[in-house]
Design a protein around this ligand. Sequence first.
Ligand SMILES: [Mn+2]
Length: 358
Amino acid sequence: MEMTLRWFGTGFDTVTLRQIRQIPGVTGVITTLYDTEPGEVWSRERIHALKEAVEASGLHISGIESVNIHDAIKVGTPDRDQYIDNYITTLENLGKEDIHMVCYNFMPVFDWTRTELARVRPDGSTVLAYSQKTIDSIDPQDMFASIKGDANGAILPGWEPERMAKISELFDMYKDVDEEKLFDNLKYFLERIMPVCDKYDINMAIHPDDPAWSVFGLPRIIINLDNIMRMMRMVDNPHNGVTFCAGSYGTNRANDLPTMIRALKGRLHFAHVRNLKFNSDDDFEEAAHLSSDGSFDMYEIMKALYDIDFDGPIRPDHGRMIWDEVAMPGYGLYDRALGATYLNGLWEAIVKSHGEKK
Ligand SMILES: [Mn+2]
């Protein structure tokens, strides 16, 4: 595996490449062109400039998170082919710039959903949190305004104000889309992009829905092992794979994370490893990466990745806000750096206990 950190780009991220370079063991970043709209072609020039900026810091681009999917593709409207053509051009341009992993998601209307951006934990740190009771009591139109806490001036991925302004239009677009239709539309998209992925050896890594169940009655399909296996079988190509996000699959306590990882051998292209602390089945908050701070056994998660010979990029995921840092919720420097170091420590111990296989 390669330890990486997500970086939103100059002008969008409070964390600098120089700071990331100084986290021991982090050699790559997972980045994006944050100012592009879903459906837009990413020019080779802009990708090249991004790559040069990252490489000038002594790091490299380990993959893209995300190239977002236009709603026309998810809904399956007649204009979807144009947007898929654009997506294919973006993949070609990424391939030509030697970038081989692309994370994306297929969530309708809302990207990840939380009800609080800064819940205070007993140690005084603040974290993102989710309460189903809160979701059940609010109108989806008010979702953005009702998230408690401050985004610290950052634009949250998937929660861009211009997108949220069109929320009723979006709900209307998805009104006839159920789970079966969403699977069909995903299949159509994947079948069309696989030839370019084969040509440039690009691993597509679908990010799970977060939380891993339906919110506001919208269909959500990337939520458990059965559905991921169905997704991979319906377009049976090794480039059609997954992002294993422990914190997203882990929202559903029926998901056995190490077992899921072991079932995904060969198709797991990217890993997000973080911990959650459950207060009840439908109320959780994000925790430090350390096993004892939350509800997951992080050693077992890393061990499962080791057991499947995982060799893709991995990153710590949302961190707590600590040491008075002001940053995008979940994406400060300090706690993610602690997370990377902890995960590297677990990995070193696992490798050495297996006779330094790698
Ligand atoms: Mn994730």
